[in-house]
Design a protein around this ligand. Structure first.
Ligand SMILES: Nc1ncnc2c1ncn2[C@@H]1O[C@H](COP(=O)(O)OP(=O)(O)OP(=O)(O)O)[C@@H](O)[C@H]1O
Ligand SMILES: [Mg+2]
Length: 304
């Protein structure tokens, strides 16, 4: 209560144990400072019992984790099996080839498939260069992504922009930001072009907005950048919705399912978060990136 009054910001704690009579109850609570002119300062305390909800969400999280691990292992096995099949087949043909035949075609397959495996391993391991953090204008990154997507779409797609020019610069590696934005934008492009909607022309919208006093995880930030990448495509299949950020989860026949997991990794490095909402005709990915590097930490929240 004192902290809320001193900082003049509401404070929320989740999953706190309270003793009521002889029983322990788990509650979420929010303490909001109320400042009425001419009256002494006061606070509003809201308590919500969470026992049952907590148990359900914990069980659901366990099941979801297990399913994601299974999907990861199956996806990885699948990605490895394909090139291995090619390598084995080419080696068999090589073995049987009469001497003197030109075996270049078979050795080429072996080389290409081995490269495919190496590329997969490289993507799984992530970049091996250190990020080059500098002042970045997010709109320059977005314009780059826009140009790349338009080139790939070759006229089959429109990209609208809705930028807030008052946004300050970020401290980040521009290549990493472009990679994260491109992974998300690329998915939107694929969703739109692979499943064209006969009623509406395909459109991607890139939007930037500031968020003030915004909490990500357990830290409140004075100013956060929100970048929205919106498409009017078919939406994310319901069965995938919970797990799209896990590696190797893909809804596309030739997708590796790494794009979003890499994007989320990059954004996490900058203490940010990617959120997603989707329904038929509207899918929105939002990158939330804090501007302040020395974050305004809140001891009450950090203990969670
Ligand atoms: N904008 C979108 N609209 C519809 N579905 C989407 C969208 N973005 C992501 N998805 C779904 O989420 C899945 C996971 O995306 P992710 O980028 O992680 O992997 P991928 O695109 O399948 O493969 P990769 O990016 O590694 O080539 C996609 O396969 C697709 O089914
Ligand atoms: Mg992708």
């Amino acid at each position: 209560m004192r902290h809320a009054l001193d900082s003049l910001h509401p404070i929320t704690r989740r999953g706190t144990k309270l003793r009521v009579g002889l029983q322990d109850v788990i509650v979420d609570y929010t303490v909001s400072p109320l400042a009425t002119p001419g009256e002494p300062p006061s606070v509003l305390i809201e308590l919500q019992a969470m026992d049952r909800l907590m148990r359900i969400s914990r069980e659901e999280a366990q099941i979801a984790n297990h399913q994601a691990t299974r999907a990861l292992i199956r996806g990885m096995a699948h990605e490895i099996k394909n090139p291995l099949g090619g390598i084995r087949g080419a080696a068999q043909l090589l073995e049987k080839a009469p001497s003197g035949t030109n075996v270049g075609e078979y050795t080429q397959i072996i080389i290409e498939e081995a490269d495919r495996l190496r590329n997969l391993a490289d993507r799984l391991l992530g970049p091996h260069v250190l990020p080059k953090v500098q002042q970045v204008n997010i709109h320059e990154c977005l314009e780059r992504v826009r140009a790349l997507l338009l080139a790939e779409a070759a006229g089959r797609l429109q990209i609208r922009t809705d930028y807030d020019p008052s946004l300050p610069e970020l401290q980040a590696d521009p290549d990493q930001l472009i990679q994260a934005l491109l992974n998300i934008g690329g998915n939107a492009l694929q969703a739109l072009l692979e499943n064209p909607n006969p009623c509406e022309p395909p459109v991607i919208t890139l939007r930037t907005r500031p968020l003030r006093q915004f909490t990500i995880g357990a830290l409140r930030h004075r100013l956060v950048l929100r970048v929205d990448i919106i498409d009017n495509g078919p939406g994310i299949p319901l069965t995938l919705m919970e797990s799209i950020f896990y590696p190797m989860v893909s809804g596309r026949a030739n997708g590796t399912g790494l794009g979003l997991s890499i994007a989320q990794d990059i954004v996490h490095q900058y203490h940010g978060l990617i959120e997603c909402e989707s329904r038929t005709g509207l899918t929105q990915f939002s990158l939330l990136l804090p501007f302040d590097t020395e974050r305004e930490s809140n001891p009450e929240l950090r203990r969670d």
